[in-house]
Design a protein around this ligand. Structure first.
Ligand code: 5GP
Length: 187
């Protein structure tokens, strides 16, 4: 079940979701797991597509019921990958891609050692700041919090199987697609 599992991680603002979308256009066999979160939906986000948006009480109930492969408290909210999501994708023969932050990514590696982890690096911290600010979705305080987390997250990059810099999006997408194609072939 865990054979075809890839983890795409990196700091908020590294562009990992955009990179995933580019890779998914090249490799239709991949599909992302939909995470559960207690964060409020942003404009345009759809429940069950972008996330399963659930209240804190329900999230904590799922933690107690051991329904998560991994979960973290990130900022003021919980985020987690449900076991049922991995199963859902395995059942339909998809290659699962988890797009998650760094602590969760390292936990997945512990649960599924044969999974492959990819760290998406921003070209610099300044670019990261611009990207997080450019989104206009976070308050100044949240942006600062995300940047502080990002700096910590960058220290973990050596623990990943692969590192790819997201400077030129197309180059980055092709590199990640190559890693996944090679990884799938091995299995
Ligand atoms: P955002 O609030 O910007 O959607 O997500 C904040 C951070 O949480 C991002 O780095 C995102 O990749 C990460 N994240 C989303 N879902 C999960 C998950 O299920 N587990 C973990 N560990 N991180 C997640």
């Amino acid at each position: 079940m865990s054979n075809n599992l890839f983890v795409l991680s990196g700091p908020s603002g590294s562009g990992k979701n955009t990179v995933y979308n580019g890779v998914a256009a090249l490799i239709p066999e991949i599909e992302k797991t939909v995470s559960a979160t207690t964060r409020a939906p942003r404009e345009g986000e759809i429940d069950g597509v972008d996330y399963y948006f659930i209240p804190v009480k329900e999230f904590e109930k799922k933690i107690r019921a051991d329904e998560f492969v991994e979960f973290v408290k990130y900022g003021d909210n919980y985020y987690g990958t449900l076991r049922s999501e991995i199963k859902r994708l395995a059942d339909i023969g998809k290659i699962a891609v988890l797009i998650i932050e760094v602590r969760g990514a390292l936990n997945v590696k512990r649960v599924f050692p044969e999974s492959e982890s990819i760290f998406i690096l921003p070209p610099s911290i300044d670019v990261l700041r611009e990207r997080i600010l450019g989104r206009g979705q976070n308050t100044e305080e949240e942006t600062e919090k995300r940047l502080r987390i990002a700096e910590q997250e960058m220290l973990e990059k050596e623990k990943y199987d692969h590192r790819v810099i997201n400077d030129d999006l197309e180059v980055c997408v092709n590199e990640v697609a190559d890693i996944i194609r090679k990884g799938v072939k091995k299995k």
